[in-house]
Ligand binder design. Structure first.
Ligand code: GLY
Ligand code: MN
Ligand code: MN
Length: 365
């Protein structure tokens, strides 16, 4: 649960809860952790008994066990001025399980006449959408690692390699450079597979004359990168590939040109990118959105129907997919909205035809 991670900074605490109560007289936050079970410890490793060390390690002044949560909550609601608990979301459809926190809220309010639940489901997305300098450092690390891995892929790709082998070059690059995992399931699609948006299979051997589309991202300290590069297996674009590639690149630039505080992802960035693709005659070959928020999750939370604010990171990722020509091209970069405009956090990763061909030539010396 990335909301919990964002607030508490804890990676491996299943079944825990964080109670925030700004109005309470003696405490404002308590971290509740699952009880220690010596038998479970034998399987999952030792967990510490509660004490000063656990509190210092957690950064919370008060750490208690989950079995205290019910009574502490009841007391807190009784003392709260409006007797309201605040459910922070997420709001899910009725076919989903009821979120744990909502279940707890409902059980508590069922036992306290006159109490209630207030919904503040945009609060955490709003906080998480704006990244501070420390978070941006971690995101930049994730992006830099992704860049190193993509450059290795550009140097090492050869006709006859399977997509899987190229994926392994990229994912090994992540691990060798300090990322413990990919932020999402890597997409490596060659030839016709480049036109399949969420291509998962990866057994196809690649051929000279084809493009390979790599949509990948490392996670660093849980922060995600999300970058797509499309390059020719042989190291050289054909004239037709180059023609389409340049359109996607211009569309991406048009999208980026819109990036600034106050811009809207759909109405400004997406439409600007779309317009370039339409004007070039590829209207029916671009059928996905141009941008999403990026942060702790690859499709991160944020308030999409409000104008962008500085500190937000989004992707700009137009594409043209022509199945009949077995041709798929997407170019995806990670863009920080700044006070005055934007900064392309992944801009150093080879992107233009000339930059890509140059690094690929290096790998073929
Ligand atoms: N890798 C998923 C995306 O680009 O949104
Ligand atoms: Mn992507
Ligand atoms: Mn993306």
């Amino acid at each position: 649960n990335m909301d919990f991670y964002y607030l508490a900074g804890l990676e491996y605490e299943e079944g825990a809860a964080l109670l925030l109560a700004p109005e309470q007289p003696y405490w404002n936050e308590i971290l509740f952790l699952k009880a220690v079970d010596p038998e479970v410890n034998r399987w999952d490793g030792e967990r510490d008994m509660l004490g000063r060390a656990v509190e210092l390690g957690s950064g919370f002044a008060s750490v208690r066990r989950m079995n205290d949560l019910a009574s502490v909550l009841a007391g807190a609601v009784l003392r709260a001025k409006d007797r309201k608990m605040i459910f922070l979301g997420p709001v899910v459809g009725y076919t989903h399980k009821i979120p744990k926190a909502l279940d707890v809220c409902q059980k508590v309010t069922a036992r306290i006449p006159g109490s209630g639940i207030r919904l503040e489901h945009t609060l955490l997305p709003r906080l998480r959408q704006v990244h501070d300098a420390a978070e941006l450092d971690l995101m930049q690390r994730a992006i830099d690692i992704t860049g190193i891995a993509l450059e290795s892929a550009m140097r090492d790709v050869r006709a006859g390699m399977t997509e899987y082998e190229l994926k392994r070059v990229i994912e090994n690059g992540f691990r060798e450079n300090g990322a413990r995992r990919p932020a999402f399931s890597s997409i490596v699609g060659s030839g016709p597979n480049g036109a399949v948006l969420h291509y998962r299979d990866d057994r196809r051997p690649m051929n000279d004359g084809e493009l390979v589309l790599c949509d990948v991202g490392a996670a660093f300290e849980q922060y995600a990168a999300d970058v797509t590069r499309t390059f020719p297996v042989s190291g050289k674009f054909t004239p037709r590939q180059r023609e389409v590639y340049e359109v996607v690149l211009r569309a991406q630039q048009a999208g980026m040109d819109q990036c600034k505080p106050g811009a809207r992802m759909r109405e400004d960035i997406h439409l600007a990118a779309r317009q370039v693709i339409e004007d070039a005659g590829y209207t029916d070959y671009f059928f996905h959105g141009t941008s999403h928020f990026l942060g702790l999750e690859v499709h991160d939370v944020g308030v999409a129907d409000e104008p962008l604010v500085a500190g937000t990171v989004i992707t700009v990722e137009p594409g043209i997919y022509i199945a009949d020509e077995k041709l798929g091209i997407r170019i995806e970069d990670d863009v920080l909205i700044t006070e005055t405009g934007y900064k392309v956090l992944s801009g150093h990763i080879p992107r233009t035809v000339r930059e890509i061909e140059a690094i690929m030539a290096e790998g073929r010396k």
